[in-house]
Design a binder for this molecule. Structure first.
Ligand code: M6R
Length: 609
């Protein structure tokens, strides 16, 4: 969850370290720090709070050819200066920044205490740095190796040594780490965003690998000291993609990027075969026969990706008539899941690094299940560890709350359902109609986005409400859940999503004039029942807000507010109905002066379970 950067080179690395930290701040933002070698000593400067709180404490100008830096999301120990990274070893010989959790740190700490070590922080990371120092004689790489062999847990590490200023060491187990390859300089980072603008060339470390960097190159080995020949890969995002442009927040930019993101997800048409009413998805690594023999599809994700998975399950059942279910990754791993070799598992993750999702994926693989990854970040763990997969190509999603990744994930799931559907029961005419509707979505999304000022007024009207209900049915039930999640995480207002059918089974007790209900109304099978739900709420003096994809005369006198989006097939309606909910959450957060791109307590990529 935290962000790591490291630099070794012939130039001053301080600008890279600071800029890299700022680019990774979305990964965790409790505290930040920097460590570097200066006149034969390791200097550490770290502070709780944002990077802007750290900057006044840095020397001006800060110059270094070797440094590490970190932005933290607290796991072990509170948010204090002492617990911030980098951590320095007792004798000042080693400093490190760490992502992950050392599970056996209490045991190691006791052992080190017996050897005379004293600790300044409550963190597991300080135990690790002292463990490395304890192993250190004349070979820093060996010391890291020996220390890591004693560790149970996860880590992404950047480590520097006072007496070996020509080395920077990185190591990975369960927490991402890449090496950026420059000219006369090398970079370490937990996220490719950090190195953009400095290099487009990267090497992705695998679990249990250690890398030693000098200004001229890198050498990778396994924990057991076997040389690994790594492939240098091109990072496909550009530094310009990280620019907020004229938007006040990344979140708003990313909401407005959805028409282009969805277009990229269907490959600008390249993933569609309109004449055959189907989709073509390279990278699946499955033959037609494999696809035809899929007995059941299970789709794993967390948070917003889980809601996309729920929509995917609906689409696969509706279009391909294949039994399908969404699976919450954190639950799946711990319930002894039944994995049938004829099941297809889809693993969805924007970052491709979500620990709960990854551990579910590994558990499924361990039991012989086939995995297809659907992710945004190229080279991420989900992408590398699955048998095949599909990139959503949404571009960098910087705001902590996920928006464009969601609609892109839903688009990919629609393509997959179309592909499987056309191999089974879906007629050519239906396939063609779905493609026609999908191709019209970007323009329809632009229309929805042009209504942003109306949603802004709606948010102003409801900004004092302390509770909200979101209601949907069928394919728009997960959209209701996503709308509630967006409102919670961005505005800190309590919101719950329910299936319309659930409301009478308890949640209706919450209805009162102060608790608005936001309804998703889509032309199709569920419309009558949804209107019935609205009447039940209205009869109990609840406020009724409707986001509808058609003009419904029965809303007259029933709805307090209505926002219309263009009509489309019910299966595709989530792509349009989601956007007003994202905008509503954004404008509520704006009205309440929340920290929109970095909401409290959250981090973009949840790399610990
Ligand atoms: O990177 P992932 O898609 O795996 O992330 C999954 C969730 O952590 C993520 O969607 C989270 O719920 C977001 N904060 C939602 O906006």
């Amino acid at each position: 969850m935290c962000g790591i950067v490291g630099y070794i080179g012939n130039e001053n690395g301080a600008p890279f370290l600071l800029e890299g930290l700022k680019r990774l701040e979305y990964r965790g933002y409790d505290s930040a720090g920097i460590g570097y070698v200066h006149r034969g000593k390791i200097k550490i400067i770290k502070k709780k709070g944002r990077i802007s709180m750290l900057e006044p404490y840095l020397p001006n100008p800060l110059k270094t050819r070797l440094g590490i830096a970190h932005t933290r999301w607290a796991t072990h120990g509170g948010v204090t200066d002492e617990n911030a990274h980098p951590h320095l070893s007792q004798e000042g010989k080693v400093a490190l920044v760490h992502n992950g959790i050392i599970d056996n740190y209490t045991f190691l700490k006791t052992k080190l205490k017996k050897a005379g070590y004293r600790f300044l922080s409550e963190t597991d990371s300080e135990v690790l740095v002292n463990l490395i120092e304890h192993q250190l004689k004349d070979d820093p790489e060996k010391a890291v190796r020996e220390a890591l062999k004693q560790v149970n847990g996860t880590y992404g590490l950047a480590i520097l040594f006072r007496d070996f200023p020509d080395f920077l060491v990185g190591a990975r187990l369960g927490s991402p780490l890449i090496v950026g390859i420059g000219q006369g300089e090398m970079f370490l980072a937990s996220d490719a965003n950090a190195v953009l603008g400095h290099t487009q060339q990267a090497v992705y470390l695998e679990d249990r690998e250690i890398v030693v960097l000098s200004s001229e190159g890198y050498r990778a080995t396994t924990l057991e000291n076997k040389t690994v020949n790594k492939t240098v890969e091109e990072i496909d995002w550009k530094v310009e993609d990280l620019d907020k442009g004229d938007y006040p927040h990344y979140l708003l930019k990313e909401i407005f990027e959805q028409p282009e993101a969805v277009e990229r997800a269907y490959g600008g048409g390249g993933r569609l075969l309109p004449d055959f009413g189907t989709a073509k998805l390279g990278g699946l690594n499955l033959t037609s026969q494999d696809l035809l023999s899929v007995r059941q599809v299970r789709i794993v994700g967390m948070g917003t990706a889980y809601y996309a998975a729920m929509i995917g399950a609906y689409l696969l059942e509706a279009l391909a008539r294949i039994p399908a279910a969404a699976e919450n990754g954190s639950e799946l791993s711990y319930r002894n899941p039944v994995v049938d070799k004829e099941d297809l598992f889809l693993v969805i993750s924007q970052s491709g690094e979500t620990a709960d999702t990854l551990s579910a994926m590994r558990e499924i693989q361990n039991r012989g299940g086939k995995i297809l990854g659907i992710c945004n970040v190229v080279g991420s763990s989900v992408a590398r560890e699955s048998q095949g997969g599909i990139y959503i190509h949404a571009g960098p999603e910087i705001s902590v709350a996920s928006t464009k990744a969601f609609t892109s994930q839903v688009t990919i799931l629609l393509l997959l359902a179309l592909l499987l559907g056309r191999k089974k029961h879906l007629s050519l005419a239906q396939g063609k109609d779905i493609i026609k509707e999908l191709l019209a979505i970007p323009e329809k999304m632009r229309l929805v986005l042009s209504g942003a000022p109306v949603i802004k007024k709606m948010a102003e009207k409801y900004k004092k409400a302390e509770n909200f209900l979101f209601l949907g049915r069928g394919i728009n039930y997960p959209v209701a859940l996503e709308g509630a999640l967006k409102l919670k995480e961005l505005s800190y207002i309590h919101a719950e999503g329910f299936a319309g059918g659930d409301i009478k089974h308890g949640p209706i007790a919450l209805i009162c004039p102060e608790t608005p209900s936001i309804f998703l109304l889509a032309k199709g099978e569920t419309e009558g029942r949804m209107i019935g739900n609205m009447q039940e709420i209205k009869a109990r003096q609840g406020k009724v807000v409707v986001i509808s994809n058609y003009e419904e005369p029965r809303l007259e006198g029933l709805a307090d507010d209505i926002f219309l989006v263009p009509t489309t097939r019910e299966e595709i309606s989530p792509l349009l109905l989601t956007i007003p909910l994202q905008l509503f959450a954004y404008y509520m957060a704006l009205a309440l002066k929340r920290d929109i791109d970095k909401p409290r307590n959250l981090a973009k990529s949840v790399t610990v379970e």
